[in-house]
Design a protein around this ligand. Structure first.
Ligand code: DHB
Ligand code: MG
Length: 225
């Protein structure tokens, strides 16, 4: 039987194919020494399709890295749509900016540099986001989800990366703050009435992990951010 890497390669080749702008973005990210922790192509395309399916015009991304997922999100936007993406590291943001320019989507993307929990409050008062992708430091997942609920509206789609962590989420190793954050995020999605959510395990070139997908409920409507 083929291994999951073989299946990932088959699905990626068959459904996505080569993409010079994305390949160049990954090469630039690698040359700069950034970690290869961007979403796998099959997951990036899921994000892209969810933006299109939901008709989202305003997309918020927490965790830009080299902008691989950002390019996929930006390409999904209708005319006049916008991605706001938050990146903690100035150097990563520079690489991301160059990658977005090379991909021809820089005019649709605002990179805000700073820690997510510092930048998010500055977005209060802007139009609500229609789609939020959370993929930054896992320790802050509950805080990021809280801000997604505050900055969204009923019907906003929220996607959370890395909710399985090679299975560790079901039995967190003591002291592993990333797993603890991932688990706390899933628990919040289950308990907090502002979210209606599910999660899928994924097995791709990055190994065994998972994505949670949620929609914001009417419980956010009465909130004043
Ligand atoms: C890590 C972060 C990610 O967003 C990811 O997709 C995989 C790993 C990490 O920090 O270990
Ligand atoms: Mg991730």
């Amino acid at each position: 039987m083929p291994l999951h890497d073989d299946v990932d390669a088959f699905l990626t080749e068959t459904l996505i194919g080569a993409d010079p702008a994305l390949d160049a973005a990954l090469a630039a990210q690698q040359d700069a020494g950034l970690p290869a922790i961007e979403v796998a192509p099959v997951n990036a395309k899921l994000l892209h399709l969810l933006v299109r399916i939901s008709g989202a015009r305003r997309v918020l991304e927490i965790g830009t890295l080299g902008a691989y997922s950002t390019i996929w999100l930006a390409r999904a936007l209708p005319e006049g749509g916008r991605v706001v993406t938050i990146e903690a590291e100035e150097r990563n943001a520079g690489i991301a900016r160059a990658n977005l320019e090379r991909a021809g989507v820089a005019d649709r993307v605002d990179i805000r540099v700073g820690r997510g929990l510092d930048v998010l409050p500055t977005l209060v008062g802007e139009d609500p986001f229609d789609f939020v992708f959370v993929d930054a430091d896992k320790e802050s997942n509950p805080g990021y989800l809280d801000w997604a609920a505050r900055l969204g509206r009923p019907g906003t789609v929220v996607v959370l990366d890395n909710v399985v962590r090679a299975g560790a989420v079901a039995d967190p190793p003591p002291g592993d703050t990333k797993v603890a954050g991932a688990r706390a995020g899933v628990v919040m999605l289950g308990e907090d009435p502002r979210f209606d959510a599910t999660a899928l395990q994924t097995l791709d070139r990055k190994g065994w992990d998972g994505l949670a997908v949620a929609v914001l409920t009417d419980a956010v409507a009465s909130e004043v951010p």
